[in-house]
Design a protein around this ligand. Sequence first.
Ligand code: SAM
Length: 404
Amino acid sequence: MLTFPLSGSSSELVLNVLTMVLSQGKPLDRAYSHNFSGLKLEPSEQARITFVAGDILRRLNLYCFIVDIEQHEFDRLGSKLLNGWHLFHGLALPKMQYSLQVDQKQLNEKIEAAKLIPTLWDGCPEWLDTLGQAQLGDKWPAERAALTQAPRRFIRVNELKTNREKLMTSLAKEGVDTQIVATVDSALEVTSDSALFRTDSFQKGLFEQQDAGSQLVAAAVDAKPGMRVVDACAGAGGKTLHIAAQMQGKGRLLAMDIEQWKLDNLKTRAKRAGAHNVETRIIASSKTIKRLKLTADRVLLDVPCSGLGVLKRNPDSKWRDTAERLPVLIDLQKQIIDSYSRMVKVGGMLIYATCSIMPDENRNQVDRFLRDNPHFSLIEDETILVSEQGFDGFYLAKMIRNAE
Ligand SMILES: C[S@@+](CC[C@H](N)C(=O)[O-])C[C@H]1O[C@@H](n2cnc3c(N)ncnc32)[C@H](O)[C@@H]1O
């Protein structure tokens, strides 16, 4: 949270980032990299900018409501919204070159009115509220409220190179404060506004930035040295690298995806991490999967999903997405689990995971798979709810293949 207002130049940056997201439809991370590139921002100032932009997007409809503007008017009236944001949080107004003023009395009346509308107070678009209610029932209001919070920063210690205590010490020497996350063995929470990627510890591959919930997913794979493991939707390898550390560099770890650029990115990260047993393979057709039939001790399917568990981090997506995307994703997840589960050998484990908290993408998908594939049985599953541990929301299910 801010204790003093943004400077004029930081306010301009927030407005530029939000205009790219809201008026040009760009993803938030791309808007940040575009606007920050070439600037020598102090890490603490960059943290303040990302906090404000992120918070505005997490509760965009609320902030628009209290200053009486429509979302599509942001490129013209953004300065009014930013002024309203400062007043809402009890801060003085930022000194912007041109800005539209807000009537404090009207703003206070609007805030009182908004407090009576929970969905508005929690920055929730209507489609998402309807979906959340239908999927999670009584649990939804707590999740909806938790998704308004700023994401915490977590890193995963790379056990191929160091351990948590040593990493804490080296980071402290570089001015990065961290604390142990008691419930996740591999995780540290970063408690200072430091620029992590500029540290020597990062360049040496001692850690990766990874949410603690995501670390619980890779931990569930429980890969052992010498095993044959497939991470079939590996992307840029967040979980692959964690699995490589579990395997202590021994055995075969195959990282697959349909996007070559992600696998290229993964190779760079694997090199930095010293994860030498990672092999990448593009999925060019169903033959790529068929060739691996009944071969793997572990298959991780971290499938494409709605991302509704990670909205704290990616709040822009809830203003772009609609409920119509969900059935399409559920169908894709069904195709992936039905086809890719063939790679698991008898006695091997299939781990299905999403970064969603919605049962239709999670337990309902797994139940349907188990009904259609009786040679698999469920070991356990877990939904990591955003409101419970303060991590991002994830789901994971561990299944075993009992027969061909
Ligand atoms: C949730 S992301 C994976 C994130 C990654 N496991 C990590 O921890 O960083 C899902 C990935 O599935 C990939 N994907 C989409 N369709 C696929 C398919 N049919 N087969 C394999 N991967 C697919 C996407 O390119 C994306 O990288």
